[in-house]
Design a protein around this ligand. Structure first.
Ligand SMILES: C[S@@+](CC[C@H](N)C(=O)[O-])C[C@H]1O[C@@H](n2cnc3c(N)ncnc32)[C@H](O)[C@@H]1O
Length: 242
C-alpha cells in the first residue's frame, strides 16, 4: 500500500458502501490504519491501546500485524455493533480517564473519536500519559468544517449543527445518531495543531490528511483551507523521554 490517489479512491468507494457493507468498509479502513501506524512505530511486538475502538474491527488488523491489542470504549452497544463481540483485552470506560497506568503502552491510537467527545484534548492528554517514552500517539478525527463534519447531517452542518439536526429529524422522522452538542462536537484542525504543539511530554512529529494522498500533506500548513479540504486529520506525536 502507499499514499496514492488509487488508495484514496478505494477508501472513498468503501465509505460510500458503509451502510450496506459495514464489515467490508471497516475491514478496509482497519487494514489501511495498521499500514499507516506501522510507518511511525513498528506494530510487531508493540502494545497498542485503541481509545474508542467501537466494534473492534481494528483488532484483527493490528493483531494481524503482530501488536498486542488493548481497547476501550464508553458504549457497550457500540462495542457490539454489527454482531461483533468485545475482544479479550477490551474494557468499557471513558477515554477522559483511561484505566491504564502511566507509560504502559507503546502506541496510543484513536480513530474518529475526538469529535464525539466534549473534552477532546483531555482524552488526547490521557493518551499521552499512558504512552511510554519513545512511543507514539496516533490521533485521527473528522474535521467539523470538512464535507463530512456533520456526519449523517452533512452537508447541512454548514448551516449550523442544531439546524442540521432539526432538518434531519424532519426528513427522517428520527434524530441523527450523532447529537450535535452531546455526541458530536465541532473540532477543528487549528485546535488539534494548537494542542499538539503545546503538548507537554510529547512532540508533534507529523500532521497529515488521513485519507488523501501524501502530496496533499502541505495542505496542513494553510489555515482555513485545511479545515475544509482535509476531511480527517492525523496527528502523530512522540512521547518525550521522562
Ligand atoms: C465513530 S466511532 C469510531 C469507532 C472506531 N474507532 C472507528 O474508527 O471506526 C466513535 C466511538 O467513540 C466512542 N466514544 C465516544 N466517547 C467516548 C469516550 N469519552 N471514551 C471512549 N470512547 C468514546 C463511541 O462509543 C464510539 O464507539
Amino acid at each position: 500500500m502507499s499514499d496514492t490517489l488509487s488508495r484514496s479512491w478505494r477508501l472513498f468507494r468503501g465509505f460510500l458502501r458503509e451502510q450496506s457493507d459495514p464489515d467490508g468498509f471497516y475491514r478496509l479502513l482497519a487494514a489501511d490504519s495498521a499500514w499507516q501506524v506501522d510507518q511511525w512505530h513498528r506494530l510487531a511486538g508493540a502494545r497498542l491501546l485503541d481509545v474508542g475502538g467501537g466494534p473492534g474491527y481494528f483488532s484483527d488488523a493490528f493483531e494481524g500485524a503482530g501488536a498486542t491489542y488493548f481497547a476501550l470504549d464508553a458504549d457497550a452497544g457500540e462495542m457490539r455493533l454489527h454482531g461483533r463481540q468485545p475482544g479479550p483485552r477490551t474494557v468499557q470506560g471513558s477515554g477522559l480517564g483511561l484505566p491504564f497506568g502511566d507509560a504502559t503502552m507503546d502506541i496510543a491510537y484513536s480513530s474518529n473519536v475526538l469529535e464525539h467527545v466534549s473534552q477532546p484534548w483531555q482524552l488526547a492528554n490521557e493518551m499521552v500519559r499512558v504512552t511510554r517514552p519513545g512511543g507514539i500517539i496516533f490521533v485521527s478525527y473528522t474535521l467539523w468544517w470538512g464535507p463530512w463534519g456533520g456526519h449523517e447531517t452533512s452537508p447541512f452542518h454548514y448551516l449550523g449543527g442544531d439546524r442540521a439536526a432539526r432538518r434531519y429529524l424532519r426528513k427522517h422522522g428520527h434524530p441523527p445518531k450523532n447529537h450535535f452538542g452531546q455526541s458530536l462536537f465541532p473540532v477543528t484542525a487549528a485546535a488539534g495543531l494548537n494542542w499538539a504543539r503545546g503538548c507537554e511530554g510529547a512532540e508533534l512529529v507529523a500532521a497529515f490528511p488521513r485519507y488523501l494522498p501524501s502530496w496533499a500533506t502541505p495542505l496542513e500548513r494553510v489555515p482555513y483551507l485545511r479545515e475544509v479540504l482535509t476531511w480527517n486529520l492525523v496527528l502523530v506525536l512522540r512521547k518525550s523521554d521522562a
